[in-house]
Design a binder for this molecule. Structure first.
Ligand SMILES: Cc1cc2nc3c(=O)[nH]c(=O)nc-3n(C[C@H](O)[C@H](O)[C@H](O)COP(=O)(O)O)c2cc1C
Length: 323
């Protein structure tokens, strides 16, 4: 399937695997890229720029297809060595970067100078327009349904995507809540040039996470995520568990007086415990409502092929009758 996104990134299918903390390792990124999509290594999961350089080298051995690196600009308290990570990306020969969190404006000159294509993930039309203005090549528009950080506007993709299509000139992919062929077709119909998936790619054979995580997603319904940290203006959609119930109770009790310290033990340092050790109640971990549409654990090749070929069947079959 050809779109402006496949042309831009030199990939076969308009299907991107978004950066995911402690999930987006070389094994998953390479599997998605080998399936004809665009796999993405999560930069900050690597503790140092040297570790990222090693992960990129590993991915280069696992695939000869294009892959990207996610660089998330975190709010406030953390201050990673971003120039060091960018250097590792450039030196590793990676030509695509997915930025997220804050605007990548400060790094655009160095990224563009190195011939790197930038896709910025954002949750509003105004941020997408800003990304276009500063020279990003594409945007990933993340709706309210998404796993992770949906922002504070709460606009679902049924509205956000056509609004983005009204305003943007650069290509964009639909992100958030997507996991199957019907949704790829819908995203294309709403004006997007492809899809970005997070949660769906965790429940794959190659995702290097504990089996408990995959089983948890398959067992979950669309009712099983919760929003936390709204009071801190750092809203995150997470899988419901006992730790998240505690967070919600603390947030209710503290109201407007909530501080990050009140919930730090339940949100900090959680990912290795959940993703690597499979301790599902260790704390809050990002997960999207699309869990309700995930019923199996296929290989990335089977998943991407299934989504694209079923989408083509829907377009030439069911939809053609309405034309
Ligand atoms: C477990 C998990 C971890 C994530 N970590 C990051 C991250 O570190 N940086 C980032 O930009 N997005 C992160 N995301 C967001 C995804 O890249 C993607 O935008 C989102 O999952 C799309 O929504 P979906 O899960 O409904 O497909 C994460 C998502 C999940 C589910």
């Amino acid at each position: 399937m050809k779109t402006r996104i496949t042309e831009l990134f030199g990939i076969e299918h308009p299907v991107i695997q978004g950066g995911m903390h402690y999930v987006g390792f070389a094994e998953l990124a390479a599997a998605v890229s080998n399936a004809g999509g665009l796999g993405i290594i999560t930069g900050l999961t690597q503790q140092t720029p040297e570790d990222l350089a090693n992960e990129i080298a590993k991915c280069n051995k696992l695939t000869d297809k294009p892959f990207g690196v996610n660089l998330t600009f975190l709010p406030g308290f953390a201050n990673p060595d971003y120039p060091g990570y960018i250097n590792a990306i450039i030196e590793g020969g990676v030509k695509i970067i997915e930025t997220a969190g804050r605007s990548p404006e400060a790094y655009m000159e160095v990224l563009k100078g190195a011939g790197i294509k930038v896709i910025h993930k954002c949750t509003s039309v105004r941020h997408a327009l800003k990304a276009e203005k500063i020279g990003c090549d594409a945007v990933s528009v993340d709706g309210f349904e998404c796993g992770g950080h949906p922002g504070e506007d709460d606009i679902p993709n049924m509205i956000l995507l056509p609004r983005a299509a009204e305003e943007l000139s650069i290509p964009f992919v639909a992100s958030g809540g997507i996991g199957n062929a019907q949704q790829l077709v819908a995203a294309l119909a709403l004006g997007a040039d492809g899809i970005n998936m997070g949660t769906r790619f965790i429940a794959t054979v190659e995702a290097p996470v504990h089996q408990n995580v995959k089983d948890n997603i398959v067992a979950a319904s669309e009712l099983d995520t919760r929003l936390i940290m709204r009071g801190l203006r750092n809203t995150e959609r997470v899988m419901k568990n006992t730790a998240v119930e505690k967070i919600v109770a603390i947030e209710k009790e503290k109201g407007a007086d909530i501080a990050i310290g009140d919930i730090m033990a339940l949100v900090g340092g959680v990912y290795p415990k959940v993703m690597t050790e499979g301790t599902m109640d260790a704390g809050a971990w990002s997960c999207g409502m699309v869990a309700g549409l995930i019923h199996d654990i296929p290989t990335c090749e089977d998943l991407v092929t299934r989504i694209v070929s079923e989408a083509q069947d829907i377009i030439s079959g069911r939809l053609a009758q309405f034309a």
